[in-house]
Ligand binder design. Structure first.
Ligand SMILES: [Zn+2]
Length: 272
């Protein structure tokens, strides 16, 4: 019966041309939306969204530029204050009444600026593990990067640069124990070995664009020598002419590593 319903829904989605694939129960579904934006659905059906830069992101599929398309968001994670990570997060937090989880000092700036009500801006910091919804555990870990929040002051109509806290990566653990390491924007750093040993991620999401973050060679070293996940998806490339790293360079740099390299296509669901 369940299978029939899934077939019916799949048919309906194809007919309507909608991106509404139904996640398989018991699996983690990962949809890359360009840059560091992901929609991740847990085995229990919880929807986690990371770094939602969507409406102005050239790689985001058109259907996801409509913020209504998410249907629900249970956990909203923002790694730092740069616009290509936080851009649509306040609007999603408002729309889905979901707290915006980000470095505590970034949320302090968002609170004092009045970007969102304080109730939607809980504070946490590196080393903290939270259970934002039952069954999902999120830990903030180190990222080697920077963070500011550029805010358009409505009174002056000028941009102001505010403190953005220290950037973070996230360990996301699902109901079935599957763990994702979302690296955020980061350089290569030695404590990725600690992250690998302590959290044993099944899947790593790592930036490869270079210039602002690791390039393909550094990212491959991080994955093969330090993090050692079962699988990796490259992110944060293909949107900024300064960040020239490509998925092919990353695949080549990974060589014959036993880590499975998955080059995600924006909007296409992957199951783990
Ligand atoms: Zn950044």
């Amino acid at each position: 019966m369940k299978k029939l319903l899934r077939l019916f829904l799949a048919g309906l989605c194809m007919t309507a041309g909608l991106a509404c694939a139904q996640p398989t129960a018991g699996k983690v579904e990962v949809v890359w939306l360009g840059q560091s934006a992901f929609k991740i659905t847990s085995p229990g059906g919880k929807v986690i969204v990371t770094d939602p830069w969507l409406r102005a992101n050239p790689l985001t599929p058109p259907e996801y530029k409509d913020l209504e398309s998410f249907g629900r968001i249970d956990v909203l994670l923002v790694s730092h204050g740069h616009a290509d990570h936080i851009a649509d997060a306040p609007a999603l937090a408002q729309r889905y009444k979901v707290p915006l989880r980000a470095p505590g000092d970034l949320n302090a700036a968002l609170t004092t600026l009045g970007v969102l009500p304080a109730a939607l801006l809980p504070r946490m910091n590196k080393g903290g593990t939270i259970t934002p919804v039952p069954g999902i555990k999120v830990t903030a870990v180190r990222a080697e990067h920077s963070s500011v929040y550029v805010w358009r002051n409505p009174a002056t109509e000028k941009d102001e640069t505010h403190p953005g806290g220290e950037p973070v990566g996230w360990i996301i653990e699902f109901e079935n124990g599957f763990r994702i390491y979302f690296a955020g924007d980061t350089a290569l750093f030695g404590d990725m070995k600690l992250i690998g040993e302590r959290y044993k991620p099944d899947l790593a999401l790592v930036p490869i664009g270079g210039n602002f973050t690791m390039d393909p060679t550094d990212a491959a070293f991080a994955v093969t020598d330090l993090l050692k996940p079962k699988a990796v998806i490259p992110m944060h490339y293909g949107t900024n002419p300064l960040a020239k790293g490509t998925a092919k360079e990353f695949v080549d740099a990974m060589g014959s590593s036993p880590v499975k390299v998955i080059v995600a296509v924006p909007g296409k669901a992957l199951e783990f």
